[in-house]
Design a protein around this ligand. Sequence first.
Ligand SMILES: O=C[C@H](O)COP(=O)(O)O
Length: 249
Amino acid sequence: MVAARRFVVGGNWKMNGDHATIDGIIAFLNQSGGNSDVDIIVSPPAPYLTYVKEHIKNNILVAAQNCYKVAKGAFTGEISPAMIKDLGLQWVILGHSERRHVFGESDCLIAEKTVHALESGLNVIFCIGEKLDEREAGKTKEVNFRQLQAIVDKKVDWSKIVIAYEPVWAIGTGKTASPEQAQEAHESIREFLKEKVSQDVAASTRIIYGGSVTADNAAELGKKGDIDGFLVGGASLKPDFVKIINARS
Ligand SMILES: O=C[C@H](O)COP(=O)(O)O
């Protein structure tokens, strides 16, 4: 029997913050008391990973925002899963739309990075999602399935993966997917996993939603059966993030 999926809320700080503002975020998170029913994962910029790990409460996990596909070497500007592990961290975000569309990362590279991160002992928040023109062309499923197929082909350990469905048109735009639009996409992703991987993986893999999640829309999104949490950008920098963490409580 497959265990119930535990709610997970990630805060992706992207390239934001300095010691002063990060101290403020740590303060409101540490004061919030957390939520024993929710996995909380914050993802600061790489230079602040250790600082956040050392100052945030132990029940809040810390993730890197990216990593490369090998352990070490002449790859200026990159960090490796081995380094993330060496900092005492367990999570990395891969395939974020900004990595795909601003930095031109391909499905193939993201799959290679995912395999290496998993083999190095990290858990991965694996991001997928369609652009506006792709949605308008009726290609939402096609894009999501293509991005997922890249790791299905690699026979990965799905117990260490959280899928983040983040429609690109909803990221940082204030245009949240409606609960129905998000549920439809999540349900189709779960069907895809059932068909391409297994019934158990489909039932147990957590699929979280990202794209203009706020304290005002999180509760309705979180009521949908296939939405297992959120990956939050802008709102994760503000005290309202605590309300998003508690949206399903
Ligand atoms: O990783 C987070 C997503 O890109 C969502 O960002 P946002 O909440 O600012 O739209």
